[in-house]
Design a protein around this ligand. Structure first.
Ligand SMILES: [Zn+2]
Length: 263
């Protein structure tokens, strides 16, 4: 991942995508450059957390302006830690869903996280795009495999040509869970260490993607932990539930003035 800072807002991007998936843009936001005070300092993009609505609106406007994305092109999910995926062609909010699939050019899919992972899947031949919010419960319910299944059924994708991006999320060292929750996951992604069960959700997501037919070399991961990096990221676990949210934005074919600038 490379970082680009513009107007005080630092965005993570994946340069290889420009070569292997022309037209696809994935932006990972960080916590700086916004207007919210602590504990939401400063680019909090999530609502219903205790931050003022005016601050959240300002932060979203600052971010979208810096990326050259119209707020009227953004689709957001309600994110209820489920595994429901909406097939979308229009901007707006989709409560009750944790992911989207679209082939609509210029539609920007936004996933809000702070420890949970964002996952983007894209199949270049069909220009089919999925963006998912993947927490422990959604992962356990198979949201990653479901997204690939939907893309295969609806858009006839071949997963071996698809690429995926795994955003920042809580690492296996930081993420302790109950024994009961740990044992719901395969042994390769859980471990008992220093008196606690640890779950490596990022490793589980990678495993789900390859099991769904994606090639390992086509999966790009930020490799960054939200809890380990307080200067860059909000973390629900580290900040005891009182914190902000980042966005992962994914869009296809909306090469505007901003994406030109960022290159
Ligand atoms: Zn960590």
């Amino acid at each position: 991942m490379e970082w680009v800072t513009q107007n005080g807002i630092t965005i993570g991007r994946f340069p290889p995508l420009a070569v292997i998936a022309p037209g696809l843009e994935v932006f990972i936001t960080t916590r700086g450059g916004g207007v919210s005070p602590p504990p939401f300092a400063s680019l909090n993009l999530g609502g219903d957390l205790g931050d003022r609505t005016l601050n959240i609106r300002s932060n979203r406007a600052l971010l979208l302006a810096s990326l050259g994305i119209s707020s009227r092109s953004v689709a957001r999910t309600g994110q209820i830690h489920g595994s429901e995926i909406a097939l979308v062609t229009r901007a707006g909010c989709y409560p009750g869903f944790d992911g989207f699939v679209t082939t609509r050019k210029g539609l920007t899919l936004a996933i809000s996280t702070a420890d949970c992972y964002s996952v983007v899947v894209y199949s270049p031949p069909e220009r089919a795009l999925a963006a998912l919010h993947v927490g422990r419960r959604g992962a356990e319910r198979g949201i990653v495999g479901r997204a690939v299944d939907i893309m295969r059924a609806e858009h006839r994708i071949d997963p071996s040509y698809a690429i995926a991006v795994i955003g920042p999320g809580i690492c296996g060292a930081c993420y302790t869970v109950s024994r009961k929750d740990a044992l719901r996951f395969p042994k390769e992604v859980r471990r008992f260490e220093r008196g606690a069960w640890h779950l490596d959700l990022g490793a589980f997501i990678l495993r789900e993607l390859t099991h769904a037919g994606l090639r390992r070399r086509n999966v790009f991961s930020s490799g960054l932990c939200t809890a380990c990096n307080p200067a860059l990221f909000f973390s629900h676990r580290r900040d005891h539930g009182i914190t902000g949210r980042h966005w992962t934005l994914a869009t296809v074919g909306a090469a505007g003035p901003c994406s030109e600038r960022l290159r």
